[in-house]
Structure formats: C-alpha cells, structure tokens
Design a protein around this ligand. Structure first.
Ligand code: GLP
Length: 263
C-alpha cells in the first residue's frame, strides 16, 4: 500500500491524472476502471488538457465504470453515464464502443445483466487500473457497509447515508434512486492496480478506518488491505486521522528510490 498525502484537492487531482496518463502512455490499450463523484472531477479536469494539448491518446483505451443508479437512463442528467459524458468522455477520444457503464434503465433479468457486465470486463482482459472514490461510510463503488468481500457486480440497495450524501447532485424535491448496479468488492479486487482518491474532512474517518482499521465488511474500503497494489491519494483533511503519516511518507520516499516504476 502506498499513500500520498497532498496539500489540497487540486494536488490530489493532479497526482491521480499523472498516474493515469503514465498508464496510458505505457500501454495505449490500457483498461481503466472509472469512478464518479466530486472527488474524481479534479482528475478528469487535469486529464482533458493532457489529451487536448499534450498528445495523450485515448483512442485504444477501454473503460469500465464502477456503478450506475438503477432507474436512471443514460441521458438522465443525474445518471453517472451523463456525469462521465459531461466531465470526461465528450472531451477526450475514447471510442464510444470502448466505454462501458452499467445500464441503469434495465427493468428485469438483473442477475443476467450483471453477469454480462462481469463477462465484458473479463473478455476485455480485466481492469489494469481502477480509480475509486470513497463514501463517508467507507463504501467503494456502491458497496455499502456489510457488502460481501467476495461480491460481484449486482444490484445494491443504497444506505440512507449514501442517498443523503448524493442528494447534492439532485434538485430539491427530486426523487433519489434507492438502488444501484455496482461492481462488487471481489470485482474491484481483481484490478491489477487500484488508486483511491479522497479529499475533505468528511472522508477522514473513512480513510483512517480503511487503511488502519480492521478488515471488515462494515467499511468496505478496508477490503483493499487484501490487494497487492493500492495507492491512496488523499489531501491533508482526508488524511488527518491517519496515525502513521510519517511512515507513509518514508515509504513513498524509499519507493521513489528503489522502485520508481510503482509511482
Ligand atoms: C458515490 C459513488 C462512489 C463515490 C462516492 C463519493 O457514492 N458511488 O463511487 O466514491 O459517491 O463521492 P464524492 O466524491 O462526491 O464524495
């Protein structure tokens, strides 16, 4: 596990974009797992000019998004598909056929649909680099507390915490979906490398629990402790409750000397 502690949210976005851009340059056909949410916006904002002015080519990149609200069609303004289109896909050159986002408008055969999403990931060769945010309750994707550590893509009922947190994206009085389709923890853990971004004090307890707490389904991000190649990029506020900050700094310094390719 590597942890980069940054001074502010802008630096978190910049560092994440640097890692994604390096992954694309190293392997132009890289398969990215993508996430939505405010925290990821800084990263997308940094990647766009790298494409537009710095020849970062996404033409062979494939993407798989983590999750989507159930009941929202692709063109719904609050759908994650719409979020991705607005904030990233419309401004880079990923071919539409290479873009995969769970379809929130399906109305039956959920299990079959979710199995086919898993199959699409497998057929593409698996995810090379998975981007994650984190919920205040420690969720990754929409894997709410008590999700099975071995879970696969499926329907999840959203917790009250999550629907309240995501209310900010909806108009006052607008109904918030109660369910979502999300990659499972088991699906996420199969990615070769994982990058988790967090900013702001509201994420501090979740970050401390995920990294320094016990491995527990009550904080699904703690399942990342099982993964061999996870990098957390957090700002001062999100990292404020971590007890071993000095150690993480030293690990990063030594990694830069001994195995710089990991960074
Ligand atoms: C949603 C998404 C998560 C994301 C989380 C945090 O619940 N399903 O993938 O990590 O929001 O969002 P934000 O970055 O807006 O705090």
């Amino acid at each position: 596990m590597l942890l980069a502690l940054k001074s502010n949210p802008e630096d978190v976005g910049r560092e994440a974009a640097r890692i994604v851009a390096n992954a694309v340059r190293r392997n132009p056909a890289v398969r990215l797992g993508l996430a939505t949410g405010n925290t990821t916006l800084g990263m997308y904002k940094e990647l766009i000019p790298l494409h537009q002015h710095d020849s970062l080519d996404f033409s062979r990149v494939s993407t798989f998004n983590l999750d989507e609200y159930l009941g929202l069609s692709a063109d719904h303004p609050r759908s994650f598909r719409h979020f991705m289109q607005q904030n990233f896909f419309s401004q880079v050159n990923i071919p539409p056929r290479n873009i995969h986002i769970p379809n929130g408008s399906i109305k039956s055969d959920y299990q079959q649909y979710c199995a086919s999403y898993e199959q699409d990931i497998r057929s593409a060769g698996g995810i090379d680099l998975q981007i994650l945010g984190i919920g205040r309750n420690g969720h990754i994707g929409f894997n709410e507390p008590t999700s099975s550590i071995g879970s696969r893509t499926r329907l999840k009922v959203l917790s009250k915490d999550t629907t309240e947190d995501n209310r900010k994206f909806f108009a006052p009085g607008e109904e918030i979906p109660q369910c979502a389709i999300t990659m499972g923890i088991g699906t996420i853990l199969e990615a070769k490398r994982i990058l988790l971004l967090a900013t702001g004090s509201s994420k501090a307890a979740a970050i401390a629990a995920a990294i320094e707490g016990p491995l527990t389904a009550s904080v699904t991000a703690s399942a990342l402790q099982l993964h061999p190649d996870v990098t957390f990029i957090v700002d001062q506020q999100a990292g404020a409750l971590l007890k071993q900050q000095d150690y993480y700094r030293r690990v990063l310094e030594m990694t830069a000397i001994l195995t710089p390719d990991r960074l």
